[in-house]
Design a binder for this molecule. Sequence first.
Ligand code: NAP
Ligand code: HSE
Length: 449
Amino acid sequence: MLDTLGIALIGCGTVGGGVAEILLRHGDRLASRAGRPLALRRIVVRDPSKVRDPIIPKELISTDHAAAIHDPSVHVVVELIGGTTTAKKVVLDALSAGKHVVTANKALLADAGHEIFEAARKAQRAVCFEAAVAGGVPIIRALGESLAANQVTAIQGILNGTSNFILTAMAEQGMTYAAALAEAQKLGYAEADPTLDVDGSDAAHKLAVLAQIAFGVAARPHEIQRNGIDTLDAMDIRFADELGYTIKLLAEAWTGEVEGERGRQGEGESKSGRRVALHVAPVLLRHTDLLAQVRGAYNAILVHGDIVGETLYQGPGAGRGPTASSVVADLIDIAVGRAQCTFAAAQLWSKANKGFEIEPAERVRSRFYLRLLVADKPGVLADVTRILADEQISISSMVQHEAAESGGSPVPLVIVTHYAETGRFKAALAKINRLASAAAPAVFFSMGD
Ligand code: NAP
Ligand code: HSE
């Protein structure tokens, strides 16, 4: 058997605690899969006085990053503290000390991928990150290895477990947004700052990572247009249901090669084919759609490849066990030596990698759900339909419930459009919002069919 692989765990919270538990409880299983023992040598935390799982040996715990990184018996540093400041320093220090790195930190990869991966190539060490996207779902390996013969043409994913948990609880149990978020936090799904989950940032970070693998695009987080579920009104969940749809937070990547009408790039200046539009937003999916049926903290990703067609990956997208399972799989890959080969071949975040360019999401075509709060008086509907017609947007259906003696108070009006280019739809939206009869800014979502 080969020498023991020594591991330092930097961060021992939800995910780190799960990794420690697997390493300590399943040593024999891991050694037989890796062909060598995996030994947890050091654990670094912020507060060593915190009460932790009794399985974690107290003598391994410290607050000393440098001592853990430079310990000669440590070969891999596992960064599980989150954030982009200390975490970045830990990762770069570990690489320059000649250690391999495993991380679940999608914010860090999206923010500093170039720097980290250049440092890794220089140090001839691997950076593994299966746990950074979709928790326990092996999407990084699927995209980077199993689908390597394909050019991916589109990705549609539920990539944030917390948001999906909240949407499911609101739609199925009528839970309030605040109560559902508190429950997601209690279950260990949410980020330390849950704003990242609910405003679409976490899904955007994960989309940036997937886009790097699938399209060689180095999208900075601010280049991915995003809307989250933090401003979602329960009224829209009810209207969507009435129309036969479920609202899901989707992260989507569309190239010019998509098969259906949705996601197709609109008319206008034709650019080179190697362009991809990236965005994160709530989308209305038909109840029967595969992604509509993904519930709770589960994630799912549809990947369209030019040779394979459509493939679907699904599983628990957040939480201790699923995420730790992916981290430990990376450790086994390093122990076997597989990760070092695939890492060197992948050329991720490399300047040598001439990837796709980013297409503005404005050119992507979709149908739209538009919900207005308007004064209940003659001419309002005519004003709205005229504005849509001026932008060449035709209406597919409309819902307005009979107002119960509204006494002039605004009423919701829901319009579903036929396919339109996002930019034109937004131009119409801006005009509708300027109508004197508009009592509140219009709410809109893309439709998934
Ligand atoms: P967490 O429960 O908040 O744990 C963070 C850990 O890092 C804690 O042990 C904390 O120490 C330690 N820590 C914080 N700052 C530190 C510092 N400056 N030096 C040393 N240790 C420090 O976070 P988590 O949920 O495990 O998430 C960790 C990472 O995994 C994040 O990047 C997150 O995005 C990612 N991730 C999480 C999930 C999930 O479901 N939770 C899934 C996929 C990816 P104390 O214990 O002393 O406070
Ligand atoms: N906070 C993240 C989520 C954890 O809810 O999806 C998994 O990356």
